[in-house]
Every structure is written in C-alpha cells, then in structure tokens.
Ligand binder design. Structure first.
Ligand SMILES: [Ca+2]
Length: 117
C-alpha cells in the first residue's frame, strides 16, 4: 500500500489564495479544526466539513469519488476502500494542507475520512 502526503503549495501563493478563498467561500463553510471537502474546484460547489471528533465517517453521496478541492484545518486521513474492511488506499492530510484541484487525483476516489490512516 502506497502512502503519499498531500502536497503543499508555496507559502506566498497560499497567502494570495487565502485572500481569494475568503471572497469565494461562505464564512460558515470552514471552521477552525475542520477538513472541508468541495464538489467543485477552487472550493466551489457543494461542501461538507468533517471534524476529528466525528471519528470515521463515510463522505456524503455528493462527494463520494467526487472531491474537486479541499482545505484542512486539522490532521486526518482520506480513505479509498478497495475491499472493505481489509484493503484500503489512504492519504495523510495535515493541518494547513489544501488542494484547489483534487478531482484529477485522490479526490476522484475518496470514500471516507478518518482521524488516522
Ligand atoms: Ca472510492
């Protein structure tokens, strides 16, 4: 099983992107301590936020294999089930990670979010 870390974008562009995101995302969409998943790229479309206190959660149907972007303000793990409950593919997510385009990567496979891989 292969694990990779979600890539980080340079701090300079992150600051610029954060400014844009404030304009594009409703304030209620992202609370400190959550990982928020969006159906569209650039934090657009339908969204759902997960908190580590929720434990393991299957993502809602709209986001199943359909995450266009995400923003993490908590550590967690994205899971793609290959065969429940023995085979899964995972991605470690760390507080501060985000991807503006994720549907062409693991976002196209995500089934669940959990506190740890
Ligand atoms: Ca999947």
């Amino acid at each position: 099983m292969r694990k990779t870390h979600v890539t980080r974008i340079a701090a300079a562009s992150a600051a610029a992107l954060a400014t844009m995101a404030v304009l594009a995302v409703p304030a209620a969409a992202a609370r400190a301590g959550d990982i928020c998943l969006y159906t569209g790229r650039n934090f657009s479309g339908a969204h759902w936020c997960w908190n580590p206190g929720n434990g393991y959660v299957d993502v809602p149907p709209a986001l199943h294999d359909n995450v266009g972007s995400f923003r993490a303000q908590a550590n967690g793990c994205f899971i793609n089930w290959i065969q429940v409950p023995t085979r899964k593919e995972t991605r470690v997510v760390r507080n501060g990670d985000y991807r503006t385009v994720y549907d062409n990567d693991f976002g196209g496979k995500i089934d669940a979010v959990a506190p740890q891989c």
